[in-house]
Design a binder for this molecule. Structure first.
Ligand code: ADP
Length: 614
């Protein structure tokens, strides 16, 4: 039953699909792409992790640096609060002397501590005493109102960010004054700029609680907003007077970066490279420290790793292709072996059945041969009888003639006896005896001729006797047609043949020759032998001067039932049977056309040449 391809189970179609070369090429391609993507991802991730770890370390360093810088003066305001000069000022704030003394003290401390400015303001923000003449920053009032201990504010003149430390002085739970220490972060920032210039791959920035960049290793980033600020917020920021200059364009960094979580960002700058952003919160100061690390190198490494992965994937694909084609080749080999074995088994079966058939055919042939032999024997006998029939007319003539003569002689003898002529009677009796002898000779020959031949070719036969016997059997014909017979055979020659059957052959050949010569005027039969094979064999030739046969008829002479004689006279078996008998004697019967007549020749094995006399 033929199953349509579409309805074949999937399980059968899948192995065929897997064994297709196209599928393996597709698989190799897919593995290449997979290898590329996986290697890229893994390499990029590990590169980013490494970069992130490095960046985190640096962030910690920057953070502690900034904290240390900011914390360096943290205790200065509280120390100043217990200074006697300032205490005296607090007692008499309006006193010019006290203010002057305090200002001088603050100027000294300012120089010693390395800060920018130190001043004391009253609750309304009016400066009571300062290390140098100054205007308090606009944010002071806001910070005081919020009770803050520090704040950042930009210096409009220098453009740098200043840090302010506050210490509130109270009396009877009421704010009387505030000590303010201001110091500048520009030197610290300068080191960052310097570091940033040296390390191209890293940028650092500090954003305040309003997401405005107040410090950065990249100067143009200063006073830009992280994330997006709409115009109203921008205005509000501008109005807050925190920043010395106009708020710059948005720095499109995500406003809420997770601490220690690497996140890829693309800076909104022409030709900007992808960066890894990380941040560190400085909670007490309300600041965020953000480090941006260049991802270019990580990406390049990921690209290289990706191509390595693709090559690996392709190798695996090719390996699978190799293994699968090897498996296919093995399978084909096994199939071929199985087919070979099957073919071998089939061949053996065929040979067995053919042998059996042959054996049967052989048996059938044997049976046919046996039947043929039997038929041939019967045919032989039939042909003999036919010859006998032919001869019967001649025989009756042959026997009648002596009988008539015998009767005449008997009557003549009676009369001679009556006349007392004893001598003449004796002569007649002798003649009668001769005639009886002749008749008994003929009947003896007939008897032996009619007898069925023995199977075996036995004994040695004197050839000349056989020829004579055969001629004797046909004597009535030869005499009637006035035939001249020449027999040229050595008297002592004995051949290996069975006498009766040899005679049968000769009778056949002589009879045919006489038939052929019946119409002609020259009637000559020549029987002769020629030695062959160093006298081991002889060729017996029966030559006549008859009509012969045509060239076209010659090949058909030895075919059964081929005859040119009128119906009732010829059977067409004589030559066939003769040839068969000669063959049994180990010879071959041939017909040769002569200039006039025919020569029928056959060879026989010589038993002995006792004498060469004819
Ligand atoms: P039959 O004598 O019964 O015809 P044969 O087998 O003896 O059968 O001969 C076959 C034929 O061969 C004869 O009919 C005859 O034509 C031809 N033939 C045989 N011997 C001779 C011969 N000596 N000369 C001419 N023709 C012959």
């Amino acid at each position: 039953m033929v199953v349509p391809a579409s309805s074949r189970p999937r399980a059968l179609r899948l192995p065929r699909l897997l064994s297709r070369p196209g599928f393996h090429l597709f698989l190799t391609g897919a593995l290449m792409v997979l290898g590329f993507v996986l290697a890229h991802r893994l390499s990029e991730r590990s590169g980013r992790d490494q970069l992130s770890a490095l960046s985190t370390e640096r962030l910690e360093l920057y953070a502690s640096n900034l904290s240390a810088e900011l914390g360096r003066h943290a205790s200065l305001p509280s120390l100043l609060a217990i200074d006697p000069t300032l205490r005296a000022l607090m007692q008499t704030p309006a006193d010019a002397e006290a203010r002057h003394a305090a200002s001088q003290m603050l100027a000294r401390v300012n120089v010693r501590a390395g800060t920018s400015q130190i001043f004391v303001a009253d609750a309304q923000g009016q400066v009571l005493s300062a290390s140098e003449p100054l205007t308090p920053p606009p944010r002071l009032a806001e910070a005081q109102a919020q009770g803050r201990t520090h704040f950042f504010a930009a210096d409009p003149t220098t453009g740098s960010t200043d840090f302010y430390l506050l210490h509130v002085l109270r009396q009877a739970n009421r704010t009387t004054a505030v000590i303010v220490v201001r110091f500048n972060l520009a030197p610290l920032e300068a080191t960052w700029v310097d570091l940033g210039a040296r390390s191209q791959g890293e940028r650092i920035l500090v954003a305040d609680d309003q997401d405005v960049v107040i410090m950065s290793s990249v100067q143009p980033w200063k006073y830009t907003v992280l994330g997006h600020a709409d115009p109203s917020r921008r205005q509000a920021l501008q109005a807050s007077a925190r920043y010395p200059q106009a708020i710059g364009a948005d720095l499109e960094l995500p406003a809420s970066l997770e601490v220690h979580q690497g996140q890829q960002v693309l800076l909104p700058l022409p030709g900007a490279k992808p960066m890894l952003a990380q941040q560190r919160q400085l909670v007490p100061l309300g600041l965020r420290l953000i480090a941006l690390s260049d991802l270019t190198e990580v990406r390049q490494r990921a690209q290289i790793a990706a191509w390595g992965g693709a090559a690996f994937g392709a190798s695996i694909g090719l390996l699978i292709l190799y293994l699968s084609s090897r498996r296919r080749a093995l399978r084909q080999l096994t199939q071929a072996q199985t087919q070979l074995q099957q073919a071998h088994a089939q061949l053996e079966q065929l040979v067995d059945s053919r042998t059996a058939e042959l054996r049967q055919t052989n048996d059938a042939l044997k049976a046919q041969i046996a039947q043929r032999l039997q038929t041939e024997g019967e045919l032989l006998q039939a042909s003999k009888l036919a010859v006998l029939g032919q001869m019967s007319a001649g025989l009756s003539h042959e026997v009648n003639q002596p009988l008539t003569a015998l009767r005449a002689l008997a009557r003549n003898s009676q009369r001679l006896l009556e006349n007392g002529r004893q001598d003449a009677v004796a002569t007649n009796l002798q003649l009668m005896d001769d005639m009886v002898e002749r008749m008994s000779q003929i009947t003896r020959q007939l008897k032996s001729f009619a007898r069925k031949a023995d199977e075996q070719v036995t004994g040695s036969t004197p050839l000349l006797d056989c020829v004579r016997n055969a001629l004797l059997l046909l004597e009535h014909r030869s005499r009637a047609m006035d035939l001249q017979t020449d027999v040229d055979i050595p008297a002592g020659l004995r051949v290996r043949a069975e006498a009766n059957r040899l005679e049968q052959v000769l009778v056949n050949l002589f009879g045919n020759a006489m038939d052929a010569m019946q119409a002609g005027d020259e009637r000559r039969l020549h029987v002769r032998v020629a030695a062959q094979d160093a006298e081991q064999r002889v060729l017996v030739q029966v030559q006549d001067s008859g009509v012969g046969v045509g060239e076209a008829e010659l090949p058909h002479l030895f075919e059964p039932f081929f005859t040119t004689k009128p119906a009732g006279e010829g059977l067409g078996l004589g030559l066939v049977i003769s040839a068969k008998i000669v063959q049994e004697f180990g010879g071959t019967l041939r017909a040769v056309r002569l200039e006039r007549g025919m020569s029928f020749e056959f060879d026989l094995s010589v038993d002995s040449w006792e004498s060469r006399d004819v």
